[in-house]
Design a protein around this ligand. Structure first.
Ligand SMILES: Nc1ncnc2c1ncn2[C@@H]1O[C@H](COP(=O)(O)OP(=O)(O)O)[C@@H](O)[C@H]1O
Ligand SMILES: [Mg+2]
Length: 320
C-alpha cells in the first residue's frame, strides 16, 4: 500500500523544551495507526507537526511527507490551501470548538465554500450529503440544528463529516471520543472503521485508551516522554507487548476489562516525567521493574524484527 505519512527523525522543541525526539513512523493507505501514550507524552505535538500546525515558538527537525508532499520544504502560504484537501483533522477538544451560534450544516458547508468555492446552496447540499455519509439520520433536518441541540455522538459525527468533507487521503483524530460514553464511543469507532475501509484512507488515531486501540487499530505506536518506544501490529502488541511500558499499559487495560470481578486494578507506579525533567537514558527507567544500570546511560537503539520495533535493552517475551 502507498505510504501516506512518512515521518523521519522528527525532533520538536518548544523553545528550550524538547518534546519529541527522533520519531520515525509511517502510515499507509488503508490502515489505522493508533498513537498511544499518557498525557504529556507528545501525541498532540506529533499530530500538529504532521499537519504543520505547530505554534510559532516550536522548532522542528527531521522530515515529514504527507501524500508525497514535503510539507516543511514549502512556504507556509503553499501549505494552507493544500492542508484541507490532504488532511482531515479532528483536533483535540474539537467538540468544544464548534461554533455555538451557527447550525452544524452551515459549519460543514463552509468547508465546501472555502476550499472548493461552491455557492451557498451547492455547499449546503454537499454538507447534507457529508452528514449522511457519517450516518446522521435525517441529515437535512439535523443540518439546521445548532450544536447544543445535538447529542455528543451526533456532534462528533458532524465533526467527522467536516474533516472528511473533501475526501482527504489522511484523517488525523486527536482523542476524539474521550468525552463520550462507552456505547457512543463504540458506535463512532465502528463508523470510522467502516468509512476507512470504504475509502482506503490512512488514519492516525490518537488515544490514551487501550480499549480504543483494541477496537480500532491495525497498528500501534507507543509514545513515552517524547520517544517512540514500540511500534507494531495491534494484535501482536496487545498479546505480546515488548516494551515494559507497553506491557504496563496492556496490563492496566486487561485489568479494566476484568474489573467488576473485584480484582484490584493495576496502575503503573510513578508518574510520567515532564519535558523539563526527563531522566537520562531510557526515560521510562525510573518506573521500570526490569531496569539495569545501562538503562540510565543512553537511550537504546531500536530493535526491529518483522513488522515490529522496540526501543529497550531488555524487551519482554520472545522476539521470534
Ligand atoms: N505550545 C506549547 N508550548 C510549550 N510547551 C508545550 C506546548 N504544547 C505542548 N507543550 C508541552 O509539550 C508536552 C507534550 O504535550 P502534548 O503534545 O500536548 O502531549 P499529549 O497530547 O500526549 O498530552 C507537554 O509537556 C506540554 O506541556
Ligand atoms: Mg494531547
Amino acid at each position: 500500500m502507498r505510504t501516506i505519512v512518512r515521518v523521519q527523525d522528527l525532533t520538536v522543541a518548544y523553545r528550550h523544551l524538547r518534546v519529541l525526539k527522533d520519531i520515525s513512523l509511517e502510515v499507509k493507505a488503508g490502515e489505522i495507526l493508533a498513537l498511544v501514550g499518557e498525557t504529556g507524552s507528545g501525541k498532540t505535538t506529533l499530530a500538529m507537526a504532521i499537519a504543520r500546525l505547530l505554534p510559532p515558538g516550536a522548532t522542528v527537525r527531521g522530515r515529514i511527507e504527507v501524500n508525497g508532499h514535503d510539507l516543511y520544504a514549502m512556504p507556509a502560504a503553499a501549505v494552507r490551501p493544500l492542508r484541507g484537501r490532504l488532511i482531515g483533522l479532528v483536533p483535540q477538544e474539537a467538540m468544544a470548538a464548534l461554533n455555538p451560534v451557527l447550525p452544524v450544516g452551515a459549519q460543514v458547508a463552509e468547508v465546501f465554500q472555502t476550499h472548493l468555492g461552491f455557492s451557498a446552496s451547492e455547499a449546503w447540499a454537499r454538507a447534507v450529503e457529508a452528514l449522511a455519509r457519517v450516518q446522521i439520520p435525517h441529515p437535512e433536518r439535523v443540518a439546521r440544528l445548532y450544536p447544543h441541540q445535538l447529542s455528543g455522538g451526533m456532534r462528533q459525527r458532524a465533526i467527522l463529516a467536516m474533516a472528511l468533507a473533501l475526501h482527504p487521503p489522511l484523517l488525523i483524530a486527536d482523542e476524539p471520543t474521550t468525552a463520550l460514553d462507552r456505547l457512543t464511543q463504540g458506535e463512532i469507532l465502528a463508523l470510522v472503521r467502516q468509512l476507512q475501509a470504504e475509502s482506503g484512507m490512512a488514519v492516525l488515531w490518537i488515544t490514551h485508551d487501550m480499549g480504543v486501540v483494541a477496537a480500532l487499530a491495525h497498528r500501534v505506536a507507543v509514545l513515552y516522554a517524547g520517544r517512540l518506544v514500540e511500534l507494531g501490529p495491534c494484535s501482536k502488541i496487545l498479546s505480546a507487548p515488548a516494551h515494559p511500558y507497553t506491557e504496563a499499559l496492556v496490563r492496566t487495560y486487561r485489568d479494566l476489562i476484568a474489573g467488576g470481578r473485584g480484582e484490584p486494578f493495576y496502575a503503573i507506579p510513578g508518574h510520567p516525567p515532564s519535558p523539563g525533567q526527563r531522566p537520562s537514558g531510557c526515560p521510562f527507567h525510573p518506573r521500570c521493574p526490569y531496569r539495569q544500570d545501562r538503562c540510565r546511560e543512553r537511550f537504546p537503539e531500536p530493535l526491529r524484527w518483522g513488522e515490529r520495533m522496540v526501543a529497550c535493552y531488555f524487551p519482554r517475551g520472545d522476539l521470534g
